[in-house]
Each structure stands twice: as structure tokens, then as C-alpha cells.
Write a new protein. Structure first.
Length: 94
């Protein structure tokens, strides 16, 4: 049961990071579409910064789970945030 809650937290953390990235691209993107904004972000080297800004949406999920006393799900969101951070570092330095 605890592992299931942890996996749910990780999945929710990854989904909120992806939604946060899309929202960041919509607000700060310079292109006419999401695809254009994504290409411009890659070409200018700011994609990792946009991913980091998108991951900030995980804060809401993390504190929501803490408020509901669902600590295992909050732990999963934290793990997802670390996963996104590691992927961002890998992308940035490759």
C-alpha cells in the first residue's frame, strides 16, 4: 500500500512538472505555437531554465499532500522533483 502511494506521488510529480513546463512555454514562449516556443528555447539554450520553472508547480502538489497528511505521496512528489532536476542537469551539460 505504501509503495502504491509513493508511485502515485511520483507520477503526479512528473505530470505537474510537464504541465508546469507547458504553462511556462505558454507564458514565456516567443514562438507562435508550443512547438515553435520549444525550438526557440532549445536554440537559445534556455530550455533547462524553463523546465526548472515548470517544476515549481510541484510545490503546490507537495504542500497539498502534506496538508492532507498524505506524507508518502508528498515524498513521491519530492522524488519526482529530484528526478526532474537530475534530467535537467544531464540535458544542460551534454
Amino acid at each position: 500500500m505504501k509503495n502504491k502511494e509513493l508511485v502515485i506521488g511520483i507520477v503526479i510529480g512528473l505530470i505537474t512538472s510537464a504541465v508546469g513546463l507547458l504553462l511556462t512555454l505558454l507564458f514565456f514562449g516567443k514562438g507562435n505555437s508550443l512547438n515553435d516556443s520549444l525550438q526557440i528555447a532549445f536554440n537559445r539554450g534556455v530550455f533547462t531554465k524553463l523546465v526548472s520553472m515548470g517544476a515549481m508547480l510541484n510545490l503546490a502538489a507537495f504542500f497539498l499532500f502534506l496538508k492532507k497528511n498524505q506524507d508518502t505521496r508528498a515524498q513521491g512528489v519530492l522524488i519526482a522533483t529530484v528526478i526532474v532536476a537530475i534530467i535537467t542537469l544531464i540535458i544542460r551539460f551534454i
